[in-house]
Design a protein around this ligand. Sequence first.
Ligand code: PLP
Length: 380
Amino acid sequence: MKFNTKTIHGGQHDVDPAFGSVMPPIYQTSTYSQTTPGGHKGFQYSRSGNPTRAALERSLASIENGNYGLAFGSGLAAIDAVIKLLKPGDEVISTNDLYGGSYRLFTKIYEDFGIKFHFIGMGDASNIESFVNDKTKMVWIETPTNPMMNIIDIKACAAIAKKHSVLLAVDNTFATPYLQQPLDLGADIVMHSATKYLGGHSDVVMGGLVVRDKELADRLYFIQNASGAICGPQDAFLVLRGIKTLHLRVQRHCENGKAIAHYLKQHPKIEKVYWPGFEDHPNHKIAKSQMSDFGGMLSFVTKGNKYEDAIKIVESLKVFTLAESLGGVESLAGHPASMTHASIPKAEREKTGIVDALIRLSVGIEDVEDLIEDLKQAIG
Ligand code: PLP
């Protein structure tokens, strides 16, 4: 099955044996009757499993070319489950340009449990080698990164991870499986904030994991059930519905993102635009080889790098909404330094380019002329 067919049909065969509904019913139940202890029809209690969630988990596995999917109550809950594979004393190598919430989870929660994180530049993946030691158990990457749109070579990371027998986990939230399929490039775990492009309509918070290996899936399922950070059936239904149009939406996100990146690049008041589709992006070649297009996310800095200028722009936008999050049909603008990445200390943030004048755009699927007009009036 090809990708566009998988988004609609992947893992969805016979979702309602009772009445043949095309969409799976929303099984809004916490428990399931048993004829005799253990005599159930495959589900016993909805933390352990729910048919609507199971339909979504099969869809996630299908679109990421994996064998097992797991859905969680948020992207961070999914990341949390992955880190719970580790033990005190273990080490993780991650990127220095990481989503602020992931950084906060790693440094403010898991460092206290004795797990050590190295945040390093991964523009050149071979940097990872010098941080690997016998305590290293995982490499955690995000590509494109949030919000600097850096690109990390997944294949190169996978080769290093394999050589040292450590797990490679890839946060594929920005790219989506429509543009990039990390398991095919050698990753062991793909993670999603399904809140973003997979859900696609800014109406649900959810996380997902996909793996190929049965033993790893069993360990993650054990954590999902034992820790309990599952999503509810109504949310599972919404994300499943969102996934059915993922290919069409992301295609338009890419077209609009490209037009806006080029518009901003030539604007006299804009200093720099971060978008992996530009040939002068430092890892453009890698982006081109591992992604089928460049997505709808981009960031830019105004000339003079003044905080007030950035705030004035985000407050003046009328079609773009000033809001956290990304990946929905509507265009959003954000100010990472004071919003999504405020949990990263200023000095750390600025080292990676998250300066006070940086603005991040999640370009939606509206008519691009309206989006450009909006940016024009806001930038002045
Ligand atoms: N990973 C990335 C790249 C994100 O952008 C986000 C949220 O913005 C997350 C993970 C966390 O996901 P959630 O907000 O669903 O917990």
